[in-house]
Design a protein around this ligand. Structure first.
Ligand code: NIG
Ligand code: FE
Length: 405
């Protein structure tokens, strides 16, 4: 018998997500390719075999009887590096102030920018590491992380350097996004700051980022300004992403399609026309149900309609000081209970499609031979328990890169 580093066996379900390497849409989002009473063999950091009744020797045998095995969660939209906190905004929200009311009065993002500018790199690393540790315990093995609490070249660089350090030192793999266009700093016009982003910031930060993002929203960046910024990013090799149509439909979804963005995120107010264009161009819709939850909103992104129109959907936490959540299991719960996704759709959205949204589906997002061994054992009898059994951490074991943590 061949020996392997780790053998997981007897799992009630191996949720493999085996299938084509492209974003799963419509009916495909319901196909988890589950193997019942299955095993996974892991060697040298990679998945080497998946199936029933595998016979391997191993010094590390994990008996997953009564449990399920899943690819590690991928969180494709976070603002994990920031300083301070904004718990005091909850009282303002309870009094009826909206997200934009708080932002326009100089709070919100601006409050966090002030704190982040004043924090040292070590302080930012310490605070973000604490969040990443929690993310990992809740099963996130890869995440995206945005800058955007600097709004000046120096601090944006500082945040992206912190991302790099964290990626090197923390078990979670972290992919960086430049989001200098997160708000317009005080004392500058939107056009002035747009030019600064294009002419000064992007050339100086592009080596530290894979993606470029813009908060395209009424009162923040217009479609026109967003387009210029994302085009400039593209010429420096940055893949476009967009915070689109969260509060008002300004045409963010259409812009995402026109510019060839890998994803458009939020999408609460997007027009049918914009969504149709996203479906045609294969732009992934990243839905962030933690945000309306934290804002006490009735309205969530219309996931049912978005999926039925043919957009491949992913889920993410949006972890930020307005929506402080490290837990992708909770996103699956909100996906089902608030946005009417099926359990299988929500699991696809939190794993394989989330990997597609950060351009990593060739390496992670499914339990398939040849992929990086980022694998979870969850203490529940079948995958439908993930959205059903909420308010607890179902993750029992985390294997990252072939190492049991
Ligand atoms: O995705 N909408 C813009 N950015 C974040 C919120 C950032 C903040 O409020 O600090 C978001 O929700
Ligand atoms: Fe965000």
């Amino acid at each position: 018998m061949k020996a392997v580093d780790i053998l997981i066996k007897n799992a009630n379900e191996i949720v493999t997500l085996n299938g084509p390497n492209r974003p799963r849409k419509m009916k495909e989002m319901n196909e988890l390719s589950i193997i019942e009473n299955g095993s996974v063999a892991i060697d040298n950091g990679a998945i080497v075999d998946v199936g029933k009744n595998l016979t391997y020797n191993s010094d590390k045998i994990i008996n997953a009887k009564g449990k399920i095995v899943l690819p590690g969660f991928v969180d494709p939209h976070t603002h994990v590096v920031f300083a301070g906190s904004r718990e005091f905004e909850l009282d303002m929200k309870l009094k009826g102030l909206s997200y934009m009311d708080i932002l326009k009065s100089g709070g919100g993002i601006f409050y966090t920018v002030e704190k982040t500018r004043n924090a040292t790199k070590d302080q930012l690393i310490q605070q973000a590491k604490n969040r990443l540790d929690k993310m990992l315990r809740y099963g996130t093995t890869t995440c995206e992380a945005k800058s955007g609490y600097g709004l000046d070249t120096k601090t944006e660089l500082k945040i992206l350097e912190v991302n790099k350090k964290l990626n090197e030192s923390h078990p979670i793999d972290i992919l960086s996004t430049f989001l200098g266009a997160h708000a317009i700093p005080k004392g500058k016009s939107a056009d002035e700051y747009t030019n600064e982003i294009i002419e000064e910031m992007i050339p100086k930060i592009s080596h530290l980022s894979k993606f470029c993002d813009v908060f395209c929203e009424e009162g923040i960046f217009t479609v026109d300004q967003s387009k210029k910024i994302l085009e400039a990013g593209k010429t420096h090799g940055l893949i476009p992403k967009i915070h689109a149509d969260e509060i008002v439909d300004t045409g963010g979804a259409s812009l995402a399609a026109d510019i060839g963005a890998i994803s458009a995120d939020h999408l609460l107010m997007s027009s049918d026309d914009g969504l149709r264009k996203m479906a045609e161009k294969g732009v992934i819709g990243v839905l962030l149900p933690g945000t309306p939850f934290s804002l006490m909103q009735e309205l969530y992104a219309p996931a049912r309609k978005i999926i039925d129109m043919g957009v491949a959907v992913a889920l993410a936490t949006d972890l930020n000081p307005n929506c402080w959540v490290e837990n992708m299991q909770f996103m699956i719960q909100l996906g089902c209970l608030k946005m009417k996704m099926t359990p299988s759709e929500a699991i696809t959205a939190a794993t394989f499609n989330a990997a597609c949204a950060i351009d990593l589906s060739d390496r992670i997002g499914s339990v398939e031979v040849g992929k990086q061994a980022d694998i979870l054992v969850l203490d529940c009898p079948n995958h439908k328990h993930i959205p059903y059994h909420f308010g607890v951490n179902l993750v029992e074991k985390i294997i990252k890169n072939g190492v049991v943590l």
